[in-house]
Design a protein around this ligand. Sequence first.
Ligand code: ADP
Ligand code: MG
Length: 270
Amino acid sequence: MTEIERLKTQLKRLSLHTMAAIFEEEAQTAAKSQMSYTAFLARLVDEEIAAKTDRSINARIAKARFPSIKTLESFDFAFQPGLSAARIKELAQLGFLDRAENVLLVGPPGVGKTHLAIALGLKACAAKKRVLFIHSTALLDQLIAATVDRSLGAKLDFLARLDLLICDELGYMPMDSQRANLFFQLVSRRYEKGSIILTTNKPFADWGQVFGDDVIASAILDRLLHHSHIFAINGPSYRIRDKLDRSKPPQEDKGVTSDDLAASNSSHLF
Ligand code: ADP
Ligand code: MG
């Protein structure tokens, strides 16, 4: 085994995969440019750290289970003039996570609630936060299943430990009392400890119907709203715009539903 092969193997044993991949070429460049030994080593270490950071962010994004990748940079704020770009960009600085504040995105379908929730979630992953994106129905189904197999405590512990929990589309399906109660438990566990981003098409006045019970709805709202940033997005549906604007090429994930059509006629839910 040559010295180079041996070094490559040793670096890999130390899990320094990027250094193993690049040291040979970097050594030649360093020799040509008469780089100091220290500068050469620093360069290898910098590259390894950059690659490891990238890998750890990608791992966090994978664990967060976003349904698609949507960024703040690709959000057209001009299309939603009622929404303060400055407030959203302030949230993207992530101070709200340290203060365990919640973000509530309320409005009809197609206005970009899920897009913004994912975009903020991605920023949190980039800042090495533990994030989970979950559809509210799936979340409650999982909590019910955990009750059945007696793992509810562990499940709630896991959900309480996340830096950011994103609950998408609360309110599309009315809940039975067991689901309402489980949601209350979850919100209570995270209250003042960790942030929730919640998207919903239901104004708060309708939450009694969503949870099937006014008392539990107001107990949930109390905790969610206490430290929170609320965005009522009542502009037009972006999905509908795409359908109506024939000059634009069709985009595949923007099918119009009956909900969208209803929303286009009732843009003011509040
Ligand atoms: P909602 O969750 O409010 O129903 P989505 O966030 O799913 O809406 O938005 C529907 C589609 O339109 C998504 O593909 C989203 O990326 C896109 N979209 C919505 N609003 C905007 C916007 N202002 N700029 C760019 N894309 C948008
Ligand atoms: Mg949505």
